[in-house]
Design a protein around this ligand. Sequence first.
Ligand code: NAG
Ligand code: NAG
Ligand code: NAG
Ligand code: NAG
Ligand code: NAG
Ligand code: NAG
Ligand code: NAG
Length: 699
Amino acid sequence: MKRVLFALLIILAVTKANGDPGDFRPPAVPLIVFSPHISVWSFSDNLTDSDTVHWSGSPLDFHGLIDIDNTQVYRFLGTLPSNVPRLIQKKVVVQPWRTIYTFSTPDNTVELVLAFSQPTAIEDPYTYITFNVRALDGKAHNVRLYFDEGPMLGLNDKNEKVFWSRTDDNVTVLTMNAYNQIPFSIRGDATRNNWGYAHLIGPNKTVTNGYQGFGDNLRQAFVNHQAMPSDDTRKPRPAHDQSPSSAFIINLDQVTSQTISSYLIFLFDDVYSMLYFEEWQPPCWRTELNNDPKQLIQEAISYYESNMADITDSNELLITLLTNIGGSQYSLLGSLVTRQITGALTRTWSDKQNRSALYMKEISSDGDVSTVDVIYPSSPYFLWLHPEMLRDVLIPVLAYANNETDIHYNLAWAPHHLGTWSVCDILPDEQEQMPMEESANMLLMLAGIVQKLNKADFLQPYWDVMEVWAQYLNSTLPDPGNQLCTDDFEGPSPHNCNLALKGILGLGAYAILLNSTGQAQRATTYMNQAQDHANYWLKAARDDQNYRLQYDLPNTWSQKYNLIFQSILSLNLFPTDTAKLESNYYASKMLDFGIPLDSRSKLTKADWTSWVASFSDDLKEKDVIFGKLYKFANESPDRMPLSDWYDASNGHVLGFRARPVMGGIFIRALLESPLVDNIYIKSKQSSKRHGRVNKCTTS
Ligand SMILES: *[C@@H]1O[C@H](CO)[C@@H](O)[C@H](O)[C@H]1NC(C)=O
Ligand SMILES: *[C@@H]1O[C@H](CO)[C@@H](O)[C@H](O)[C@H]1NC(C)=O
Ligand SMILES: *[C@@H]1O[C@H](CO)[C@@H](O)[C@H](O)[C@H]1NC(C)=O
Ligand SMILES: *[C@@H]1O[C@H](CO)[C@@H](O)[C@H](O)[C@H]1NC(C)=O
Ligand SMILES: *[C@@H]1O[C@H](CO)[C@@H](O)[C@H](O)[C@H]1NC(C)=O
Ligand SMILES: *[C@@H]1O[C@H](CO)[C@@H](O)[C@H](O)[C@H]1NC(C)=O
Ligand SMILES: *[C@@H]1O[C@H](CO)[C@@H](O)[C@H](O)[C@H]1NC(C)=O
């Protein structure tokens, strides 16, 4: 019976799999998302239904207005002024590095296509905002655009004082910033850095004019066709006090059926991005560009055409690859989460280490820096598209464990995280201890990187710490006893089989690492040791039709998502029918919106579910599971950047949002499609084209 039902589900999923990207309803739409701090989203179907917000939901408002023939003004972005009618939104399409809205006037005379485009090189902290306008009725129309940015981009709290200024050389740069610049004076999860400089840039002075001051007055003047006020000089002042804004008016003049294109740039210079154990680290681009934001601004303008072409090519390449691998729904999911993943990262420069570093923010479950069990679920994205990036995220963790900071790391297992964004300073005994979880995560990811890059030289300083972790795993296996694993929101789960599985594969990963440097004999010893533990596991975890949640609990089950690393690393510790047995069992537990995480409740994790989808060789079974994840993204009533923790029976979010863990869905691509054309290699070429001294995109 169950198999028949399953077959039916497959047919339904397959017939629905060919959706138009415009039919997809993202739970929230990424607009300007390039760091945990600058992460601007629309939580609504229409861009005019609500004001734009930070991933956390706190206000980061932008507004857009369009004036047709000096008679009628419409809104296209934001809710203000509320008495101004809105353009009709025809569709929104979210691509990996670009979001595109299409609007028309209610009488269908003029069309506006608004796009937010993100350079693929993650060290570029800016977004292009492009306006393409044309007449739909064969006539000529006079068109003016208005676009503004509210005061909160460089602040954390609306009571903080904002300052504004402008430069008008050959381009206009409107700057807003916290009046008190005290880097690292605030840290946390939903809190935002209250230092740095937000620049709104109008590259073409022939057609753009910039204004600053009380936002309501700027918008009202535009709506009423009055002279723009320029008398607001009461600064600095609290952001909530006559909310200051930076605004551009773009005069497109006569627009006909031929599209006229214009653009602005939003750029954020955080000056200092990370305080890594007493070292103040600037954003990496500052090291490449003589510490001069003017050079970055100039580069963003000079390379507009080539950056846009690179973004278009990268989008097309990724969308095509994902569609070929998993169909259009899979491709839409991958497109939705790409900036969610990269927007959790910050690339810095360390003078002390003489290298660039990447840090990942956990986001929403915690403000932790570089949580190892958050990097781990995100890792398929990087292992597939850019293993060097994963290496650069892990090196600061390895360095901390290796006593390269001012803190003595004295634990026999891998760290959980480094600090609270954006300050790394945590003491070993302040960690949330997940000994087997994090030690195995590190070894598994490092082995994946070494296999992909086919070199292990970067591990040279870290053999001692890795040996300590491998020893820890071996001494604790095959039964991890009572320790926390990453799914700690479920409460404790002693004798956890999925955790033991990870530990066993982690030992196998250590054998791979040893072997990669020619230590064949030690590799064999560890691999045999892992095999012994695996043999124990296969007996002790076995229930009638599946493997258990805990060794000691019959009639239980759980997603054994860690098993997928056996396929990633080509290990042979568990027989191939282990995954098949499990995936058949999960299929019998399928609910409306997916497979629960385990027998304890209906809650599920989108990242882990996408991992177990790859247990089956049957492409249709994978499509069914990804079809459920798509249904969750498309139909969940809870509007926020994609969550990874929800109720599999009704699609309600249980917690967590915007987390980089959604990089996990790229596991299907990683396993099915060896990378044919590295998107990030293309962006490396574009940064060479920019003529910089290359220090950030390491290889
Ligand atoms: C979005 O806009 C369209 C057309 O402007 C309208 O039909 C629809 O009701 C709007 N959606 C919401 C949720 O307001
Ligand atoms: C602006 O001026 C700088 C220096 O004079 C020049 O290098 C640059 O090309 C100019 N930019 C534009 C967009 O004209
Ligand atoms: C500025 O805009 C005008 C009018 O659209 C256009 O003719 C000109 O080429 C633009 N200049 C630059 C530097 O893009
Ligand atoms: C930093 O690294 C670069 C490239 O590896 C090297 O050429 C340079 O000498 C190093 N600088 C210092 C101060 O060690
Ligand atoms: C780091 O320092 C601690 C405390 O002094 C010590 O126990 C530990 O072995 C050191 N770790 C390494 C890798 O040297
Ligand atoms: C080590 O690598 C060699 C050569 O690829 C391979 O034959 C051997 O099985 C590997 N040993 C282990 C323990 O993985
Ligand atoms: C693993 O632990 C067992 C039991 O303590 C020990 O006998 C064995 O030598 C260890 N294996 C390795 C590779 O260290």
